[in-house]
Design a protein around this ligand. Structure first.
Ligand code: 26Q
Length: 813
């Protein structure tokens, strides 16, 4: 948009006065931030209204991306950049004696997600707007996002994330678009002429109120919508009858029991606890979202039969899978379609992404719980199941009872949401090539056999404009000065950097920028943790949720091994290293929390041991999230992507590190395989078991952890140190970790992969000694990272799953 510094200043001074009733020099950073937000929101408002009216009048197909999580982080810097006014605003503020960084600092992260899946959803919204696709998000406005992690005495302690205390400038509450969601009750049937009608009676009603946030496209006038639903009591306030009798507390009880639905984001990211409240949340936003899609659709006046031509609904994992029976319910009970008509529209609208193959993360709900909470929805699921079984027998000629039980939606009293999602959609995609192959040939083979045309791959992608342009301005400038700014819209252009592979002065510049980023992070580590680290050391990072399958303990056991070597020989000639960890554990995941304690305990010993001459440091940065990641990743030399092969569906942190010039230390898992194919085997450090080897071990049962332990003195030494070593903790503190590795036979092959990991780390140390060889590898990673932009991923979803066209908006502000 067009804006001069003078115009900005005039607007801003007026805004400050009207929203704070104070002189500008008397305002706090928060007030300045809020005033700027209100102003930017107004700038966006025009574009947003125009986008919506264009969609309506031109009757374009709309995509609705349903997700339990949207991890959007901060908006201000992004919005200013996308409007093209960042520099103007920065200069305008400076002339008022205000540093824009102080304003950006006070914005809190919108942390409505656990990790990969939630951040992916946020990136997809950004990409849909940026490549001009009419696509919107639908989710939950949790009052508390993912907990704040603090480390106390080495342990993770959780604190609530009250991200709304200072209000959220970016959202609009839309009272007029509220809808009712119905729970419990029972279904009555009656004949209406020829038609059997179903009616839910005696239900509990909850009001779902939407809050809309504008999602800007990059310099293209498109503004899509993220609609998050909040639960409110129908008659709001409270129960007057109780209140007037003096029962003040019980008067609020009902209000609380309703509002609790959107109070909190469940902090598990790979474990299904089967909690009723979670089920309520899932139906809550799915039902509200689908009702509101119908309301919008009806305004187009094209007739209900053409619904699938104008609406695509994508479900982000199975969490919104109730969209399938909910859509059926409305088409059957409200639009009075036949089952066949309704089913055709439903399967044409719905598409599903699978993000995991880990059994404990696959959602299933007890049938009785579902029937109690959602009686009509359960009837519909049972009918889907009945017809599906009929098809299996009559169309696909499957009669073997074991084969049939492997496919049922309802089995053993449980409703399997992945099966419902596959049966009710026209597209099922994995999130990396390897993951999709595992789905097709192993985990979901029985479904692939009957529906091969439904399965496809869509490798994940990241917001390159955030992870490169916002997070790493130094590198962005160097790239722009070298190859021009084309990579901002078309990140594959980054490949042009490969021409500078042998250009020493360019490699020097690259090294210098990385070094500057490391200096900045070193300062941050000193300020926040009181640990001094050497910016000339190798910065080796593992930042992601803490999980046994992600193997942070493989990493820390190797650190313990390096420490042993240094203790034996303090003059050992190795490059100094800083191992940085960050990540949250699910609050109820005991072993993961012990791994955090172990990292911190090892760190406290090593960091205070003068005898090793600062060659080794271990840092655990608390409260990993979008903002911390944006500080850390630009400073990384080595990116640890070391999950047990087959377990990490894709990974997306791997792509962010790569884009910032880190070299990946990787197993052949998830998208690491595609990273290898992009950069070539000489620019990535590989180690460890392959998928087939992992599956062989699981099938033949020949893995023996004790045998490896007894035959590898180095490994045995560090595992022994877990239980009776130098660590300043009670003797039994880390027994649970040691037990998982030995007594329970090391499910994730830490022991088996240890030696190969150790050798890979030696190769890294060796290569790092040669500055140019290292910088060349780093350059190759940056240059080849463009392929992993979410813009391209979304283009593939749009053409091959959603069948939607780009809509270029040409109005001007
Ligand atoms: C399920 C049931 C009950 C409560 C919680 C959950 C739940 C919540 C979140 C289960 C899983 C998640 C999140 C999963 C996730 O983030 N998976 C990651 O998705 C990324 C994006 O596709 C991939 O890159 C990662 O490999 C994958 O682990």
């Amino acid at each position: 948009m067009k804006l001069t510094i003078a115009e900005f200043k005039q607007d801003y001074i007026a805004q400050i006065k009207s929203s704070t009733a104070r002189q500008i020099n008397e305002t706090t950073a928060l007030e300045r931030y809020t005033a700027l937000g209100e102003m930017v929101k107004e700038y966006i408002g025009n574009l947003w209204a125009n986008t919506n009216s264009t969609y309506r009048t031109e009757q374009v197909k709309q995509i609705y991306y349903f997700s339990m999580e949207f991890l959007t982080g901060k908006f201000m810097e992004n919005n200013l950049n996308y409007l093209g006014i960042y520099e103007i605003v920065k200069d305008g503020l400076r002339s008022l004696d205000i540093d824009i960084d102080d304003i950006l600092e006070v914005e809190v992260d919108q942390g409505l997600g656990n990790g990969g899946l939630g951040r992916l959803a946020a990136g997809f919204l950004d990409a849909m707007s940026s490549i001009s696709i009419p696509g919107h998000g639908c989710g939950i406005r949790y009052k508390n996002g993912l907990f704040e992690q603090r480390i106390i005495d080495g342990y993770q302690v959780e604190f609530p994330d009250r991200w709304l205390v200072n209000n959220n400038v970016w959202e609009y509450k839309r009272n007029n678009k509220a809808v009712i969601v119905k729970y419990n009750g029972h279904v009555e049937t009656h004949m209406d002429g020829e038609r059997l009608k179903f009616e839910l009676v005696n239900y509990d009603a909850v009001r779902a109120v939407p809050y809309d946030t504008p999602i800007l496209g990059f310099e293209n006038n498109t503004v899509n919508t993220l609609r998050l639903w909040s639960a409110e009591e129908i008659d709001d306030i409270f129960d007057f009858e109780n209140f007037s009798k003096g029962n003040y507390l019980s008067a609020f009880e009902k209000k609380h029991s309703v509002e609790i639905i959107t109070q909190i984001l469940y902090p598990n990211d790979a474990y299904d606890e089967g909690k009723l409240l979670r089920l309520k949340q899932e139906y809550f936003f799915v039902s509200a979202g689908i009702q509101s899609i119908f309301n919008t659709y009806k305004k187009m006046n094209v007739g209900i039969n053409r619904f699938a031509e104008f609406v695509a609904i994508h479900i982000n994992d199975t969490h919104p899978a109730l969209a399938i029976p909910e859509l059926m319910r409305i088409l059957l009970d409200e639009e009075e379609m036949t089952w066949e008509e309704a089913w055709k529209i439903t399967t044409q609208c719905i598409s599903y992404t699978n993000h995991t193959i880990m059994a404990e993360a696959l959602e299933k709900w007890p049938l009785y719980m579902l029937r109690d909470l959602l009686p009509r929805i359960t009837m519909i699921i049972e009918e889907i199941e009945r017809r599906f079984t009929e098809d299996l027998i009559n169309v696909y000629h499957i009669t073997d009872p074991n084969h049939l039980s492997a496919m049922h939606i309802i089995y053993d009293g449980m409703v399997r949401m992945a099966h419902l999602s596959i049966i009710g959609s026209h597209s099922i995609n994995g999130v990396a090539k390897l993951h999709t192959e595992i789905l097709k040939n192993k985990e979901l083979k029985v479904f692939y056999d009957i529906y091969p045309e439904r399965f496809n791959n869509k490798t994940n992608g990241i917001m390159h404009r955030h992870w490169l342009l916002n997070a790493n301005p130094g590198l962005t400038k160097l790239i722009g000065d070298t190859i021009g700014d084309g990579f901002k819209k078309n990140p594959r252009v980054l490949r042009d950097l490969l021409k500078y592979r042998d250009d020493k002065s360019f490699l020097d510049d690259l090294f210098e920028i990385k070094h500057q980023n490391k200096e900045n992070l070193a300062k941050y580590i000193k300020d926040k943790q009181g640990i001094v680290v050497d910016p000339y050391a190798i910065f080796d990072m593992q930042a992601k949720r803490i999980h046994e399958y992600k193997r942070q303990h493989l990493n820390i056991l190797h650190v313990m091994h390096l420490y042993r070597q240094l203790k034996e020989n303090p003059n050992l000639d190795i490059p100094p290293r800083v191992f940085v960890f960050a990540g949250k554990s699910a609050p109820s995941y005991y072993v993961a929390k012990q791994i955090i304690k172990l990292i911190n305990t090892v760190g406290s010993v090593i960091n205070n041991d003068k005898s090793i001459k600062d060659k080794l440091k271990v840092v655990f940065l608390p409260n990993y999230g979008v903002s911390l990641a944006s500080h850390m990743i630009p400073a990384a030399d080595v990116s640890e992507q070391i999950s047990t092969a087959s377990k990490e569906a894709s990974g997306t942190g791997n792509m962010k590190f790569m884009m910032n010039g880190a070299v990946t230390l990787a197993t052949l898992d998830g998208a690491n395989v595609e990273i290898m194919n992009e950069v070539g085997e000489s620019n990535i450090i590989l180690f460890g078991l392959k998928v087939e080897e992992v599956y062989d071990y699981y099938q033949n049962g020949h893995y023996n952890a004790y045998e490896i332990y007894n035959n590898s003195p180095d490994l045995k030494a560090v595992i022994d140190e877990l239980v009776n070593g130098y660590l300043p903790v009670p003797k039994d503190e880390f027994i649970p970790i040691a037990d998982r590795l030995l007594r329970f036979n090391d499910e994730f092959f830490i022991l088996k992969d240890f030696e190969s990991y150790r050798l890979a780390q030696e190769r890294i140390a060796e290569i790092y000694r040669d500055k140019y060889q290292w910088s060349k590898m780093s350059l190759a990673n940056i240059a080849c990272s463009g392929a992993f932009s979410a813009d391209y991923t979304i283009e593939r979803y749009a053409t091959s799953i959603w069948n939607v066209q780009k809509k270029l908006l040409d109005f001007k502000l």
